[in-house]
Ligand binder design. Structure first.
Ligand SMILES: NC(=O)C1=CN([C@@H]2O[C@H](COP(=O)(O)OP(=O)(O)OC[C@H]3O[C@@H](n4cnc5c(N)ncnc54)[C@H](OP(=O)(O)O)[C@@H]3O)[C@@H](O)[C@H]2O)C=CC1
Ligand SMILES: Nc1nc(=O)c2c([nH]1)NC[C@@H]1CN(c3ccc(C(=O)N[C@@H](CCC(=O)O)C(=O)O)cc3)C=[N+]21
Length: 302
């Protein structure tokens, strides 16, 4: 029922991500022949959180599929922060490593900020280092956090020029909400950054042409909150409790998709929306970091 209409509204992040990964892969041979090595991504996982294990495995697979080198480092949950920082420093000094990603969250007791600060900003493919956050804020060439970069690519693909659009971002984390705001501001949107202390969130959201939900609360944004015709980007990844007969609960976003889709001009699903873009942008950032470190002109089509 209404399948065709809904399909054209759904933003296929998975397909878009596959195209971006192909583009990244297409530039690997030129880099490799110029430098004698493939771009390299190092991923560090501390402890064995099952969700993190799944993410790290899919990053590894995507890195190899793009023709890049993947270096996986696992530390036990009992590792100390100094051991982790020592490993980061070793990777900073490793010529074959262009990108370093420390999978978050870290086990309790470790200070994310101190660990991120230890990463060479030129290899900070997550874009979490203060140098990259600062560059993004002042409009300089930065390594941009993968998730908001992927959201921006999807928005520009659907909407073209974003100038003058009212954008409401829900969530102000350093890894999603804040860099998303900077990116949309750079695109000349009028940006509102909402958070847990925002009063009357529904009415704030109702003025948006673009809604980005990055909260971590299952199906919080209701259809009735949206201005009809809004473009909705759902960053949330929430696992529901298993229903009867299910081994695992369903994955849902921060937006009530069934309510929102009929009202939206376009909307990303969960899964299959922003998530796959995050991984594709990680490969993109690693390629960009590799080209920059090698002093080569970076490809323009990624
Ligand atoms: N698809 C992907 O690739 C990725 C998905 N995610 C997902 O995105 C979601 C957000 O992640 P992240 O930014 O790291 O989360 P954080 O927990 O760091 O931040 C959540 C933000 O939501 C705000 N918030 C919490 N409750 C409410 C509320 N009731 N009303 C309005 N705002 C609220 C918080 O406000 P305050 O600051 O006031 O506390 C905070 O700014 C999660 O579901 C995560 O799993 C994250 C990264 C990548
Ligand atoms: N240093 C660091 N960088 C990160 O970028 C980072 C991190 N730590 N910690 C965890 C979050 C989360 N994250 C996701 C990546 C891909 C999907 C993804 O591909 N999701 C699939 C579904 C996957 C599934 O089925 O579980 C989808 O939405 O279609 C989701 C979430 C990256 N993160």
């Amino acid at each position: 029922m209404g399948g065709a209409i809904i399909d054209s509204i759904i933003i296929d992040g998975k397909a878009f991500a596959a195209i971006l990964r192909e583009k990244v892969a297409s530039h690997v041979p030129a880099f490799t022949s110029a430098t004698g090595r493939a771009p390299g991504l190092a991923v560090i996982l501390v402890g064995d959180d099952p969700a993190s294990n799944v993410y790290v495995a899919s990053k590894h697979k995507a890195t190899i599929a793009a023709g890049m080198q993947s270096f996986e480092h696992r530390l036990p949950a009992t590792a100390t922060q100094n051991q982790l920082i020592d490993l980061v420093q070793k990777l900073n000094a490793d010529e074959n490593v262009d990108g370093i990603l420390v999978q978050l969250p870290l086990p309790g007791g470790m200070d994310d900020k101190a660990v991120i600060a230890a990463i060479n900003p030129e290899k900070d493919v997550d874009g979490f280092h203060v140098v990259n956050a600062g560059k993004l804020a002042v409009g300089e060439d930065a390594l941009v956090p993968c998730t908001p970069l992927g959201c921006l690519m999807l928005l520009k693909d659907r909407m073209g020029d974003l100038s003058g659009q009212e954008a409401v971002i829900i969530g102000r984390s350093n890894i999603v909400g804040k860099p998303m705001a900077q990116l949309l501001l750079n695109e000349n949107c009028t940006v509102t950054l909402a958070h847990s202390r925002t009063r009357d969130l529904e009415n704030v959201v109702r003025r948006a042409d673009i809604v980005v939900a990055a909260v971590g609360r299952a199906e919080m944004v209701k259809g009735s909150w949206l201005k009809p015709g809004a473009v909705v980007i759902d960053v949330g990844i929430n696992r529901l409790a298993p229903a009867d007969g299910e081994a695992k609960g369903r994955l849902v976003g921060d937006v009530d998709f069934a309510e929102a889709a009929p009202l939206s001009r376009a909307i990303t699903p969960v899964p299959g929306g922003v998530g796959p873009m995050t991984i594709a942008c990680l490969l993109r950032n690693c390629l960009v970091a590799a080209y920059r470190r090698a002093g080569l002109t970076q490809p323009k089509d990624i």
